[in-house]
Design a protein around this ligand. Structure first.
Ligand code: ATP
Length: 514
């Protein structure tokens, strides 16, 4: 646990030091769970957004985009169920006066049990060496099986109690598991209460005419209310999807963990409209497609897993998370939800307008079913950033800090470095920079010894360095250095553009999804 916390602190410190993420309003001591993206952060965020958009919209002939407003008619949130049901169960510790999400306290307890399983696996792997079979060990080791059963039973009970809104049982569960407040260490808990997560605001100038509004807690509803407009004007045939990226706001009770849980964040959502009865197939298909997207970035299949929901949200008939191994353990990164006709059906009811589709293949009118994929852009940012930050021991006994961001997402694609600041090398380097800048974000750096410049680019996450030296003046070649392997090759100036393109262009990475 201490190592995890330490690693996570390093991630946060590195994000600040290298211009990725700053605390919002830092000069006023910050605003809790609100963050700003700095010069490198904004580039990484833009790249993740674009990588998602291309995969979802550009590469699917039946998915189109949308950019709906953050403000929506307040009845939207009545229809969507958010006014009545968008609650988190909260609990206070009477001694520390700290507030927690009751379900998160229980889930953290389960994560500690799961960590014990990981420890057993690690120990056994050491003991058995080469002959170790993890699958077999997990299936047969009595202690591990015991832990797994324990974790499963706790989650099942939590899911059931939340579904039945049995908050007394959630408290009982916390007491039975002897969960203590991480701050005071005491088990002196209040009852569990529901807390609505939407931020309210007002539209209008005078108090008596002002209208109560909410900042949208998800982008999905902007898609639902525009469903028929898009279907008709785009002449879309079911099945089809509408994708959107935009801000969402939630008054999170426990907003810890940096940009993992924020009060203002960005979602990348896609609602896929289908014929009723086909939701199971589409749900499975989107689970697979989305996992392929994640894997295409090369961050390691061992860092992802599916988690099927026991407790379903008020709108869903099936739901799964794609979880990622964050520095604090496996946690939700993306949700895939089979939302039935809940939203469109309710918008019909509340608006009095028909939201039906005429299916020319079956000659019938119906309210489509929906399968949604929903991923937090900021959470994806954290997944990429935390997974990329590595301390490496080098052969020569030194070490380096390197940010191995997948090159396709890296804020700066290459740095052009003249070996020395004289003999005409800066001019040649500048020329290369001027050529490349039309296609890519490129850095130019001539300060300090070249070794130090390499380290700086490693730590900032730049995948390629192009070094201009005296030989360049003679034969028009440069050194191309790869961040991850530190390999250096000599290439003609005329081939630089193509080399960079092969490393960083989205099309080569997206093709891995096929
Ligand atoms: P959690 O259980 O972590 O609160 P959720 O199940 O409420 O998440 P969804 O409503 O399914 O999340 O939202 C879809 C995605 O939006 C999540 O998978 C996550 O990546 C992102 N997300 C949700 N809440 C936040 C938040 N407060 N800060 C950053 N990202 C968020």
């Amino acid at each position: 646990m201490a190592k995890q916390e330490d690693d996570f602190k390093k991630v946060i410190a590195h994000a600040k030091e290298y211009g990725y993420v700053f605390q919002s309003s830092e000069i006023y001591d910050g605003l809790s769970a609100v963050y700003d993206y700095a010069q490198n952060g904004v580039e990484l965020k833009n790249n993740i957004r674009e990588y998602w958009w291309k995969a979802m919209v550009q590469l699917h002939e039946n998915i189109v985009g949308l950019d709906a407003a953050i403000f929506m008619h307040p009845t939207t949130w009545k229809a969507s169920g958010h006014i009545d049901a968008f609650n988190d169960p909260l609990i206070d510790n009477k001694d520390s006066k700290k507030r927690y999400r009751a379900d998160v306290l229980v889930e953290d307890h389960v994560a500690r049990i799961e960590a014990k399983i990981d420890k057993e696996v690690e120990k056994a792997a050491k003991r058995f060496g080469e002959t170790f079979d993890k699958e077999q060990f997990l299936a047969t080791n009595a202690r591990v099986i015991g832990y797994m059963e324990q974790a499963g039973a706790i989650l099942k009970r939590l899911g059931k109690s939340l579904e039945k809104e049995d908050l007394a049982d959630v408290k009982l569960l916390i007491e039975e598991l002897e969960i203590a407040c991480p701050v005071s260490g005491s088990r002196n808990w209040t009852d569990v209460k529901q807390f609505n997560l939407m931020f309210g605001t007002k539209l209008g100038a005078t108090a008596d005419t002002a209208m109560d509004l909410y900042l949208r807690p998800e982008t999905a509803q902007g898609i639902f209310v525009n469903f028929l407009n898009v279907q008709k004007t785009g002449r879309m045939k079911i099945p089809f999807g509408i994708a959107q990226v935009g801000k969402a706001f939630r008054n999170e009770i426990v907003a810890r963990q940096f940009i993992f849980r924020m009060r203002e964040f960005e979602q990348m959502e896609m609602q896929f409209f289908i014929r009723p009865g086909t939701q199971k197939e589409w749900y499975e298909q989107w689970k697979e497609t989305r996992m392929k997207w994640h894997l295409s970035m090369g961050m390691g299949p061992e860092n992802y897993r599916f988690h099927d929901h026991e407790k379903l949200a008020h709108y869903a008939d099936a739901a799964a998370d794609i979880e990622f191994r964050f520095p604090f353990g496996f946690k939700e990164l993306e949700g895939i939800h089979s939302r039935t006709d809940f939203d469109l059906g309710n918008h019909e009811k509340y608006s009095g307008k028909k939201l039906q589709y005429f299916d020319p293949d079956t000659n019938e009118h119906y309210v489509p079913y929906v399968v949604e994929t929903s991923i937090g852009l900021d959470r994806m940012f954290l997944a990429v950033f935390s997974n990329s930050l590595q301390e490496e021991e080098l052969d020569n006994g030194t070490s380096r800090t390197v940010l191995k961001i997948p090159p396709v997402l890296a804020p700066t694609k290459a740095a052009v470095l003249p070996l020395v600041k004289k003999d005409g090398l800066p001019e040649v380097a500048m020329k290369i920079y001027d050529e490349l800048k039309w296609d890519y974000n490129i850095a130019y750096d001539e300060k300090d010894a070249v070794g130090r410049r390499y380290r700086r680019q490693d730590a900032a996450g730049t995948p390629l360095c192009i070094t201009v030296d005296h030989q360049t003046l003679e034969d028009d070649t440069v050194t191309l250095r790869y961040r991850d392997s530190m390999e250096q090759i000599r290439i003609p100036v005329a081939t630089i553009r193509e080399k960079v393109s092969l490393e960083v262009d989205m099309k080569y990475w997206l093709k891995k999804m096929a």
